[in-house]
Design a binder for this molecule. Structure first.
Ligand SMILES: *[C@@H]1O[C@H](CO)[C@@H](O)[C@H](O)[C@H]1NC(C)=O
Ligand SMILES: *[C@@H]1O[C@H](CO)[C@@H](O)[C@H](O)[C@H]1NC(C)=O
Ligand SMILES: *[C@@H]1O[C@H](CO)[C@@H](O)[C@H](O)[C@H]1NC(C)=O
Ligand SMILES: [Zn+2]
Length: 979
């Protein structure tokens, strides 16, 4: 899956929140209550008459005739008193014993699924929004047992029966839900023997919820009408909310799916449709769509969509969208085939399915989801309208498509056995997405962008003592969801990139190909991948026979954090001493003896490039490094290693001199590295701020995006610390001085012939100029906005360059009042382009009027106010970025805690994002303490946001300390800097 990027450097995980307390509208609530009561009565009756269940069971003969004839009437079945599987993993009634039991939520392996036949009828009428279903699972007994245990959650179980393959009934003693584990347990009267196969047949009902998980509903407007659709999002543990199943990634099976849909709609699923046949007589407006049986696959990758979407297709690949957005689907169809072919070569295995559908869904919790053969997307990450969508959104689309396509092999064909190895899936797809995107858009220079998009961000989070190892034991759904974070994605990708470099591209390819071939249609663990790489690297002698890839990589995946390597030259000698230690955001925190296998690459002013290893040693000596007068030394060439580098003061000075004299001697990646390392080392107390800030001086001459973006990102930290202080003017003056020349060169207009990275640079530089109040910038932005506002048809005619729109809108809204805000809000409501909606939403948070911001926050968590649930977090992020809004957003979060949790679902990932962004700017003790006490009062309610809250506190405390320690030093430096 792909996470959702909100604001610069603020990455919001796109995984799927579990909610614990199902919040539903009144009619549905009543309906559910009815279902619940109905269940108590019905289960008694059903034992005798399966067909009293409307919907699915009407089709029983077709699906499982043998079952109903032979099995139903004899099936004994107890009433599911009050134990229907439902939600509430952490309800107040949870006893301690239950909570403890909760930690082992794995299914027993005594019964495993072989194949499923699944039939579902979704009802998409207002006031209904339910679905009926039946599933017949062919299971294998591997260990004698007297129960069959599988998953179900938020479902109403209507009937259950078990038969052997000859059609003989196995009598059921009891059917129970175990809420804590989201289990459905079928207790049998007799033991079933190992080696036998049985059919488990279950009929059930559920709700098409509005929380964007499981089988859910989404809507949009077309011709002034509300259109409804149904879609799925199962990763990680929500297939069980749609149908009873063995919902673990290691329990692969074949799936044969049938979906009933209204005649005027279409359905799509993982596999090709075989045919459509008339619906049961009680549903004359419906038809059944029958799908081919799938290859062996995991439940979390199942998907279907029922909608009145239309598609464009090249025969094999189709893109689906709402009718009025279909013209925005061409870019996706243009790049997908090329990327797919690229991967077929890269992985050395053909795309395993006969077709691929990609669909843009108006309500979508993450960025995109890699369901096998049916990839689902949030609209702005698939749809592109030339002249309206920003050019930078092209890059986002290419990346997300490349990411999800990579999963078709890495994740779908070969799947991690358990979520502990999630990082392998996500780290790999994130790394490979840069290669796939590069294959279709080489001008974006993805290999360079990796630094700013992934590596530096991972460094930031992973420097906290509240970070976590990349490979982590997880049990329950909250814990599983908690690890869809920057560590799994960006750190995972970074250490894979490092590995690719020390193994060589050739070994990497071969090992990867072997790994995939060894485990296709099956499951694997990280050790299987290490083993595949070890074998090939010994064959081709890139590693010593006594060294395994596992030994190296375990130091990166099982330990938290990463090292800083310090290189100190021995005076008058020709050698250097290298030491490693864990890098902490706060140097004084170090009470840690972790050490790593570090692939070292180094060079010097005379271009003597060399490599070696630091084999977990705390210290090594590099000999024959002859540095003459003024010669510099550089470690971690092109920042391919996942570690920071520190030098002695003499070498830092030499680097700074070289940068100021002729910076192009260094590759742009190394320039970015100097900036990122120096400013972070200074932050943490490893070097002085004088050194770090002196590194930034050369930026006046820099014209490349990657170093600039790195520099500005790091200077943004100072912005946050300075913006509410009396010395902000000095910060402003310095940064405006740095960007002045580049700002004038770039100008305010986007040109068709601009290189893509020039477009990105312009966004950065012009954005910073306006934010810091450069008059020329503000005047131009406001003028452009006013011109737009004065056109007769602003929804059709907008001359502002798409990539500058966010800056122009934000500046004009910040500078203006209610009139500008309302104008932008109207455009937000009207536009048909999702990317433009996102830009407007972010810009609307730029107002300086407190009441407008309060109203905006209010609307973000109000049903029918116009903001989709999946966008609430974007509103909070934007208001929190705004110095006028920071306090407001935080206080709003505290005051409305319960309401927000209820609205979004208490463990939604949007909530995690909101907690992160609204607490990101603390730098006084009062603020941190206030949040700490709120956090401890509400500790139990933080759920998936728990680690994020702890990280906010740690970051806040570091900020407070930073203010005490460095603020004055920096003010002095800024006052005295010779420009
Ligand atoms: C189930 O058992 C059948 C017959 O013994 C076997 O062919 C099949 O591979 C087994 N399936 C699984 C998932 O274990
Ligand atoms: C939803 O519609 C179906 C089909 O008409 C019907 O069987 C079912 O009872 C309805 N459910 C509710 C809650 O209205
Ligand atoms: C079901 O059977 C398995 C294997 O015999 C056993 O480990 C498990 O505890 C049983 N589950 C329940 C809920 O009785
Ligand atoms: Zn992914």
């Amino acid at each position: 899956m792909v996470r959702e990027n909100l604001v610069v450097m603020e990455v919001v995980t796109t995984k799927f929140g579990k909610k614990k307390h199902f919040q539903i509208s009144k009619p549905l609530g009543v309906f559910l209550l009815f279902l619940f009561l109905g269940c108590l009565i019905a289960t008694g009756l059903l034992a005798h008459n399966l067909t009293s269940c409307p919907g699915g069971v009407a089709q029983t003969e077709k699906l499982s005739g043998a079952l109903t004839e032979n099995g139903a009437s004899q099936t004994t079945q107890n009433v599911l008193v009050d134990e229907i599987p439902t939600t509430t993993t952490n309800s107040p009634t949870t006893t301690e014993a239950e909570a403890k039991a909760d930690t082992n939520v794995r299914l027993p392996r005594s019964v495993v699924p072989h194949s499923y036949k699944l039939r579902l009828i979704p009802f998409l009428q207002e006031g209904n929004f339910t679905f009926h279903g039946e599933v017949r699972i062919l299971v294998n007994v591997t260990i004698p047992t007297n129960n069959i245990t599988l998953h179900a959650d938020d479902l109403f179980i209507h009937s259950v029966s078990v038969t052997d393959v000859g059609g003989n009934t196995v009598s059921i003693r009891d059917v129970r839900g175990v809420k804590q584990k989201q289990f459905l347990v079928i207790d049998l009267d007799e033991e079933v023997a190992a080696g036998n196969q049985y059919y488990v047949y279950i009929t059930f009902k559920g709700v098409l919820n509005d929380l964007l998980q499981g089988f859910y509903r989404s809507s949009y407007q077309e011709n002034n009408q509300t259109r409804w659709m149904a879609a799925t999002q199962f990763q990680s543990t929500d297939a069980r909310r749609c149908f009873p199943c063995f919902d673990e990634p290691g329990l692969k099976a074949r799936f044969q799916i049938s979906l009933a849909r209204p005649k005027d709609m279409t359905s799509i699923s993982n596999m090709r449709k075989i045919n459509s046949i008339p619906a049961p007589p009680n549903l004359p407006d419906y038809e059944w769509d029958n799908y081919e049986e799938s290859l062996p696959m995991s439940t979390y990758l199942i998907a279907f969509v029922v909608s009145d979407f239309q598609c464009i297709t090249n025969g094999k690949i189709s893109i689906w969208a709402r009718r009025s957005a279909l013209n925005q689907a061409h870019y996706g169809l243009e790049i997908a085939p090329t990327i797919l072919e690229y991967y077929e070569k890269f992985f050395g295995i053909e795309y395993p399915l006969p077709k691929l559908d990609m669909v843009a869904i108006p309500d979508f919790s993450g960025g995109a989801m890699e369901n096998w053969g049916l990839i689902t997307y949030r609209e702005p990450v698939l749809l592109y309208e030339k002249g309206v969508s920003s050019r930078s959104s092209l890059q986002r689309i290419a990346h997300v498509v490349a990411h999800e396509l990579a999963h078709q092999w890495f994740g779908n064909l070969v799947t991690p056995t358990w979520w502990t190895d999630l990082w392998l899936n996500e780290g790999f797809a994130t790394y490979v997405e840069f290669l796939g995107a590069y294959a279709v858009e080489p001008k974006w220079k993805d290999p360079d962008l990796f630094l700013v998009n992934e590596l530096h961000g991972a460094f930031g989070l992973d420097a906290l003592s509240t970070s976590h190892p990349i490979s982590i034991k997880v049990n329950n759904p909250d814990e599983i969801n908690d690890i869809f974070d920057r560590i799994s994605y960006s750190k995972g990708a970074s250490i894979i990139r490092m590995m690719q470099h020390f193994l060589s591209a050739e070994v990497f390819h071969k090992g990867l190909n072997n790994y995939l071939n060894n485990s296709k249609y099956s499951n694997a663990e990280q050790d299987d991948l290490w083993q595949a790489f070890t074998v090939v690297s010994h064959q081709s002698k890139v590693l010593d026979p006594d060294v395994s890839v596992k030994e190296i990589m375990d130091t990166w995946t099982l330990q938290t954090g990463y090292p800083v390597v310090t290189a100190v030259s021995i005076p008058e000698g020709d050698s250097l001493t290298l030491t490693q230690e864990r890098f902490f955001l706060d140097k004084e925190k170090k009470a840690d003896d972790s050490s790593w296998w570090i692939p070292l690459t180094y060079t010097d002013s005379r271009h003597n490039f060399r490599t070696t290893w630091m084999r977990k040693e705390p210290e090594i000596t590099l000999s024959n490094v002859v540095l003459g007068e003024g010669d510099w030394f550089l470690l971690n060439v092109n920042q391919t290693g996942y570690y920071r580098v520190n030098y002695d003061t003499r070498n830092w000075h030499r680097i700074i001199n070289q940068l100021r004299k002729d910076f192009e001697v260094f590759d742009l990646k190394n320039r970015a590295q100097f900036l990122d390392d120096a400013l972070n080392l200074a932050f943490s107390g490893y070097i002085s701020y004088d050194i770090a800030l002196n590194v930034t001086l050369y930026l006046t001459k820099e014209r490349e995006f990657v170093p600039w973006n790195t520099g500005l990102d790091n200077l943004d930290y100072l912005y946050d610390m300075f913006v509410r202080t009396a010395h902000f003017d000095k910060y402003k003056a310095y940064v405006l001085h740095l960007i002045q020349d580049f700002y004038e060169e770039l100008g305010f207009k986007e040109w068709a012939e601009d290189e893509p990275l020039t477009v990105l640079s312009r966004m950065d530089i012009v954005g910073k100029a306006c934010l810091l109040g450069l008059r020329d910038c503000i005047i131009k932005a406001v003028q452009l906005f006013q011109n737009w506002k004065n056109t007769a048809n602003p929804d059709r005619d907008n001359d502002i360059s798409p990539d500058l729109r966010e800056i122009v809108y934000c500046t004009a809204i910040s500078d203006g009042g209610q009139e500008e805000w309302d104008f932008a809000w109207q455009r937000y409501l009207t536009t048909n382009v999702a990317n433009e909606k996102e830009i407007l939403l972010t810009a609307l948070g730029c107002s300086k009027e407190t009441w407008i911001l309060s109203r905006y926050l209010e609307w973000a968590v109000t049903e029918h106010a116009g903001i989709r649930k999946h966008d609430s977090a974007r509103v909070f992020a934007s208001v929190s970025e705004n110095p006028v809004g920071q306090d407001l957003a935080y206080r709003f979060l505290k005051t409305n805690w319960n309401r927000i949790r209820t609205y979004l679902g208490p463990s939604s990932m949007s909530l995690v994002s909101i907690v992160r962004t609204s607490t990101a700017h603390f730098n006084t003790e009062e603020e941190v303490n206030d949040f700490k006490s709120f956090f401890s009062r509400k500790y139990d309610e933080f759920g998936v946001a728990l680690r994020t809250a702890q990280q906010s506190i740690e970051q806040g405390q570091a900020n407070v300390k930073w203010m005490k320690t460095y603020f004055t030093t920096i003010v002095n430096w800024l006052e005295n800097v010779r420009r």
